[in-house]
Design a protein around this ligand. Structure first.
Ligand SMILES: Nc1nc2c(ncn2[C@@H]2O[C@H](COP(=O)(O)OP(=O)(O)OP(=O)(O)O)[C@@H](O)[C@H]2O)c(=O)[nH]1
Ligand SMILES: [Mg+2]
Length: 323
């Protein structure tokens, strides 16, 4: 007889290898360059350290975070009396894991909060609607009842896109005509969720630039209405960031945070970008929980963020039990 844990364990190598292959471009830009620097028997010198710092910056880890990583690495070098470049590899992993672990905080949905309201925000094309669909699939699989609110009333096709996800997951979608007031859609959706006794409401919103004051005001209105309808809602404000935009993600976060209190991040499109190093910068600079990472277009390609797996995948290690 197999316990559930055992079954999950058996899946782990497969899930990990998918993660690893999705991160291949970032890994190439980061640890691909390291293999040239960290040769067997090579002694650590200032030039190696400078080149390493440059490599981190090039992989979109950013200047500020790269500097901090180098400080922490130098501490380890001194403390452990490391002289050989080979030993830098595990030391660098240790430092990066130390940055990533505090932001590993999966979204917890307590049964005492009902409906639990998730507001999904982000710039145009970041992957909001797709992520809403994928998160819904996971929640439905866990036996939760989910209601979707089509808060993107700008694009004619937006609510259709959400309805397709609704059909796929067999959940109710509250939508209105394009051009309708988004806050009114949200208002209706929350009323509907209460009368249907839904566990969770996920509000999809229109893509908006964090610099556009009109659109940010509209978002503030949605946020306010949500709190008026359901006490302490939204319980989660999930900012979806396209990891492929690199350092700009930090500015987007700052912009959204001025208007709504972002409580969690969903970092999409880590597949196909060499700029995934930005995830390290985001973790180090914002300390915000990374709830999910997107590693492809498939329904299973949105993962709960796991710091250890992420760092292992970045540094080309084999998964546990798969060697
Ligand atoms: N490769 C890849 N593509 C993704 C990922 N997440 C989303 N996409 C794709 O990105 C495109 C845009 O996704 P949407 O979910 O429509 O983005 P959005 O933020 O809702 O866009 P707007 O509503 O127009 O602002 C789609 O083609 C998605 O399939 C990901 O993790 N990896
Ligand atoms: Mg959308």
């Amino acid at each position: 007889m197999y316990s559930e844990d055992r079954i999950i364990d058996n899946n782990k190598p497969k899930l990990f290898s998918r993660l690893r292959s999705s991160l291949s471009r970032t890994r190439q830009s980061l640890s691909g360059g390291l293999s040239g620097l960290f040769g067997a028997g090579k002694k650590i010198d200032q030039q190696t350290l400078d080149e390493l710092e440059e490599l981190l910056i090039l992989a979109d880890v950013g200047v500020e975070t790269s500097t901090k990583i180098m400080h922490a690495l130098n501490d380890i070098i001194r403390r452990k009396h490391i002289t050989n470049t080979e030993a830098l590899y595990p030391a660098l992993e240790e430092v990066i894991l130390g940055i990533m672990q505090p932001v590993e905080a999966p979204l917890e949905i307590p049964e005492t909060i009902k409906p639990f309201v998730i507001l999904v925000v982000g710039v145009n094309g970041a992957g909001k609607t797709t992520s809403v669909g994928k998160i819904t699939a996971q929640l439905v699989q866990q036996g939760k009842s989910v209601l979707l609110a089509a808060g993107d009333t700008f694009r004619a096709a937006a609510s259709e896109q959400l309805k397709i996800w609704g059909e796929r997951n067999q959940v109710h979608v509250v939508a209105q005509q394009p051009g309708a007031d988004a806050a009114a859609v949200v208002h209706d959706a929350l009323e509907s969720a209460v009368s249907r006794d839904s566990d969770i409401v996920i509000i999809d919103t229109a893509g908006r630039q964090h610099t556009s004051s009109d659109l940010m005001q509209e978002l503030e209105k949605i946020y306010r209405i949500t709190g008026k309808k359901i006490a302490r809602a939204p319980h989660e404000v999930l900012l979806v960031l396209d990891a492929g935009i690199g350092q700009n993600a930090i500015y987007q976060l700052q912009g959204f945070n001025k208007c709504v209190n972002v409580t969690g991040l969903c970092l999409t499109k880590l597949d196909g970008t060499a700029k995934g190093g930005v995830v390290i910068a985001i973790a180090e600079q914002t300390k915000l929980p990374i709830r999910y990472i997107g590693i492809g277009e498939g329904i299973d390609d949105l993962r709960q963020f796991n710091a250890r797996d992420f760092v292992r995948a970045l540094f080309n290690h084999n998964p546990p039990h798969a060697d």
